[in-house]
Ligand binder design. Structure first.
Ligand code: FAD
Ligand code: NAP
Length: 540
């Protein structure tokens, strides 16, 4: 620590909230530059998303060789993934290994929720208070609280009246749930539902799926990793990761073509277009949306992809009426594309039924079931696969106050305002990892997390070296950045549906597109800002 720090006697240089990938890497990076740090984590273990989301079928849909930390050559060489898309237990084992390998556990306080973080103008220090009754003073606070960590439980009347057990996919019991002999309701048809429904259906007596908006899902074609392919990747891992960082989404650098070299979906003939979609469908995974360069920009181009997926649903689902109900008529990719293993085919089972609640929402939950349009669907258990108060939810649930006691919630009352998704004007020395206004959830999140942590680390090292006390985003830079993010989002089709990217899944949440499409341009901007001595930030 530089002895000229203006914060008198902080307990620690950094408080980091959250022990997922972001919090763990931030702790390691802070220690690496000689700063002291403490992580506060609500859960009893590390892992974040992968600690909480233990529902059947939970796994990532970015390939394991990419959905992993790249900052340490030995780590990436030593760790052996087993599958193309690893399961939640395998990812959690990996994160546990990372925590042990870098001796991070002694820096983490578990089972403790941060309730407030207040900035004191006089001392330029933050005080973080926890539900354990502790107050910790620090120079910096890093919110590594996660974009998808605040569960969204819909306000359906009678929710607490149900006599049987209820579960949210994001808070799944550690001991697992045995649905044998049970009739199960699943509310929601997003990624978590799509992964869990096929497995719940294999166990339960009956599954009733309550669908408000049908989802587009492309097949995962998950498989064990080929050891030869893994060896080839590891031989070239550094360049391979660099190629991933050059893509819009931070993964698939080895297979993606430069978007400028891809054709428009509208400039090829029907047969070529169908073949190209088939190839992507057969390859499996999220790169389906990379088949053409305009799928997220042109409604007409997008509709060709949407119709292709609908034709697949019609092929897979035997009952034409069920197929029709499962077929979305919205923009594909506007809500996050789902990756499935047997989701649509599950509706061919006798023990699975689909209830469309788009026109007639769920009336209420009764003691014995879910009531829609006056009819009660009797069940023994309810699974809420209803998602998250995304990107801002975890921050909103903390009483964060900046200069002059300004609550972050008040500052963000019309939607999140940030500079680079990293800082908020009026909140000096507070950082958000993968915050709104950064690519975050539109990318392989590990790539975005590493980029944010390393950028923050370099800034803190620079501040520590020259005795800078505070760093704060300028109001002008923030306003320009917010306008830029909105302008970029306006160029896309992301506004064409009620997605969580827009906050539309949470009643009353301001409708603002929160992430920024395009990782490489964003990273270049962050690097330019740093090279220009942190242009747009005031270092005092
Ligand atoms: P998290 O892992 O969410 O960790 C945040 C931590 O902060 C949590 O442990 C939480 O308990 C803690 N916390 C929050 N508030 C407080 C508080 N007030 N006090 C104390 N602790 C607090 N991304 C991809 O790129 N590819 C995928 O395939 C993918 N699959 C996903 C699957 C699921 C089911 C979900 C929910 C998300 C998925 N994601 C995926 C996104 C995933 O969240 C990120 O990839 C990544 O794990 C986020 O790491 P993080 O450390 O930023 O946040
Ligand atoms: P989600 O995508 O937000 O899906 C929530 C579902 O619940 C939607 O179908 C939504 O319908 C429905 N819903 C919410 N309230 C409802 C109500 N009152 N009545 C009926 N239906 C209701 O949440 P998620 O599936 O948990 O996924 C969230 C994100 O986590 C994903 O987009 C992805 O980024 C990540 N994730 C990834 C994977 C993976 O494969 N790697 C797996 C799980 C999650 P509407 O669409 O109509 O709002």
């Amino acid at each position: 620590m530089n002895s000229s720090s203006p914060a008198p006697d902080p307990d620690v240089d950094l408080v980091i909230v959250g022990a997922g990938f972001a919090g763990l890497y931030m702790l390691h990076a802070a220690r690496g530059i000689g700063l002291s740090a403490r992580v506060i984590e609500a859960g009893s273990g590390v892992g974040g998303t992968w600690y909480w989301n233990r529902y059947p079928g939970a796994r990532c849909d970015v390939p394991s060789m990419e959905y992993s930390l790249g900052f340490d050559e030995d780590l990436q060489r030593d760790w052996e993934w087993t599958e193309r898309y690893p399961t939640q237990p395998e990812i959690l084992r990996y994160i546990d290994h990372v925590a042990d390998r870098f001796d991070l556990r002694d820096g983490i306080t578990f089972d403790t929720r941060v309730q407030a973080a207040h900035f004191d103008d006089a001392t330029a220090a933050w005080t973080t208070t926890t539900d354990g009754g502790e107050s910790i003073r620090s120079r910096f606070v890093v919110m590594a609280t996660g974009c998808l960590s605040a569960a969204n439980l819909p306000q359906i009347a009678g929710r607490d009246d149900f006599a049987g057990p209820t579960y949210h996919t994001g808070h799944w019991p550690h001991e697992g749930v045995d649905f044998t002999g049970k009739r199960v309701a699943v509310i929601g048809t997003g990624s978590s539902a799509i992964q869990s429904i096929p497995l719940i259906a294999e166990q339960a007596t009956h599954v009733t799926v309550f669908q408000r908006t049908p989802a587009y899902a492309v097949p995962a074609h998950n498989k064990p990793l080929d050891p030869d392919e893994v060896a080839r990747i590891k031989d070239d891992y550094v360049d391979w990761r660099a190629a991933a960082r050059d893509t819009t989404t931070g993964f698939g650098g080895h297979i993606r073509t430069d978007p400028e070299e891809l054709p428009s979906a509208l400039e090829v003939d029907d047969e070529t277009r169908r073949r190209m979609y088939e190839e992507r469908w057969e390859a499996g995974g999220l790169t389906f949306l990379g088949a053409f360069n305009d799928l997220l920009f042109s409604p007409e181009a997008n509709d060709t992809a949407a119709e292709f997926v609908r034709s697949k649903i019609r092929d897979i689902v035997e009952d034409p009426e069920v197929a029709e109900r499962l077929s979305p008529d919205t923009v594909v990719g506007c809500k996050r594309l789902c990756v499935d293993t047997g989701y649509y085919a599950t509706f061919n089972r006798d023990n699975v039924s689909l209830v469309d609640v788009s026109a007639t929402p769920i009336d209420r939950i009764t003691r014995t079931g879910v009531e829609v349009d006056g009819a009660v669907h009797e069940v023994d258990a309810i699974v809420f696969a209803t998602g998250f108060d995304a990107m801002t939810g975890a921050l909103d649930r903390i009483d964060i106050r900046g200069r002059g006691g300004l609550p972050l919630k008040e500052k963000w009352s019309a939607g999140p305002l940030t500079y680079l998704g990293l800082q908020v004007h009026g909140f000096p020395n507070l950082f958000t990892i993968t915050g709104p206004g950064s690519p975050s959830v539109l990318t392989n999140m590990i790539v975005s997390i590493e980029q944010h942590v390393e950028w923050i680390r370099d800034l803190l090292a620079r501040m520590d070296a020259d005795g800078t006390g505070t760093v704060e985003a300028d109001a002008d830079a923030e306003a320009e950045w917010v306008a830029y993010v909105n302008a970029v989002a306006e160029l896309t089709l992301f506004h064409g549906c009620s997605s969580w990217y827009l906050g539309a899944n949470v009643p009353g949440k301001p409708r603002v597109f929160m992430p920024l499409p395009g990782f490489p341009d964003y990273k270049a901007k962050c690097d330019e800002v740093a090279a220009a001595d942190y242009e747009g930030f005031s270092l005092a």
